[in-house]
Design a protein around this ligand. Structure first.
Ligand SMILES: [Zn+2]
Length: 240
């Protein structure tokens, strides 16, 4: 009985009803109603906990530099989940009609801020053989360029967007690997890998039902690895 039910639910005909056709060039994918709801919920549930996560990092901080880093990374986490939730909510409900595009640009732009903010605690608090300050500067300049690109060419060259995310996300990792003392590198790599695998789903709207909500889950898991690493290997390491 249960097996037949699962088979029925997962038959390709049923799965196809859960998603819409793939978007054409220059168009945005239009999620089905259940996909809309999944998109809102998968990031919406983390808005308040991400604020709590920031407060906990500030609580762990023992120096002013720790506090600065905790606030930068904590605000980026909160901004990521709240901007994403706001965009998907506006998308689903049709509220604020003409403003939807700005929420969409904001949703994509915040990813650049989030990537730069994920590297910042490591580049500020860890000791490196070289290049840390330069990379910190470059990663934030790249984030600003990414936001400008998003504002000017929104949805025009979709593959450029992915290439930009990957370049900004992966290149600074080469310098991170040059840390004098490498604790945290495992969780950092695991988080980075989670984001990169998630990009596959980010690009699979209309091919896989709930692809975007699955991408959201990868973002959350990647952020969880990085958050753990910041708490344990940066904020707590001096106290152990
Ligand atoms: Zn989203």
């Amino acid at each position: 009985m249960a097996l037949r039910l699962i088979r029925n639910i997962s038959s390709s005909a049923d799965l196809d009803k859960l998603k819409n056709e793939r978007a054409g060039p220059g168009e945005a994918y239009r999620p089905t109603e259940v996909e809309h709801i999944a998109n809102v919920v998968t990031h919406g549930v983390w808005v308040i906990p991400s604020l709590g996560a920031m407060i906990f990092m500030v609580y762990l901080a023992t120096t002013s530099l720790h506090t600065t880093v905790a606030i930068i990374y904590g605000l980026a986490l909160f901004a990521l989940f709240s901007m994403s939730t706001a965009f998907h909510l506006v998308s689903y409900t049709g509220w604020l009609g003409d403003w939807r595009i700005f929420f969409h640009i904001g949703d994509r732009a915040i990813i650049y801020i989030f990537i730069a903010s994920s590297y910042t605690p490591w580049l500020i608090l860890k000791h490196f053989h070289s290049w840390a300050e330069e990379v910190l500067f470059v990663v934030w300049v790249m984030a600003v360029c990414g936001i400008l690109y998003q504002y000017i060419f929104h949805e025009r060259f979709k593959w450029v967007e992915i290439v930009l995310y990957l370049v900004i996300g992966v290149c600074p990792a080469l310098v991170i690997a040059d840390m004098k003392e490498s604790s945290g590198i495992f969780e950092l790599s695991l988080g980075g890998l989670t984001y990169v695998v998630g990009v596959f789903f980010f690009k699979s709207d209309g091919l896989i039902p709930f692809a975007h909500a699955i991408w959201h889950c990868f973002v959350f898991v990647g952020a969880l690895f990085h958050y753990y690493a910041v708490c344990v290997h940066l904020l707590l390491s001096d106290q152990l």
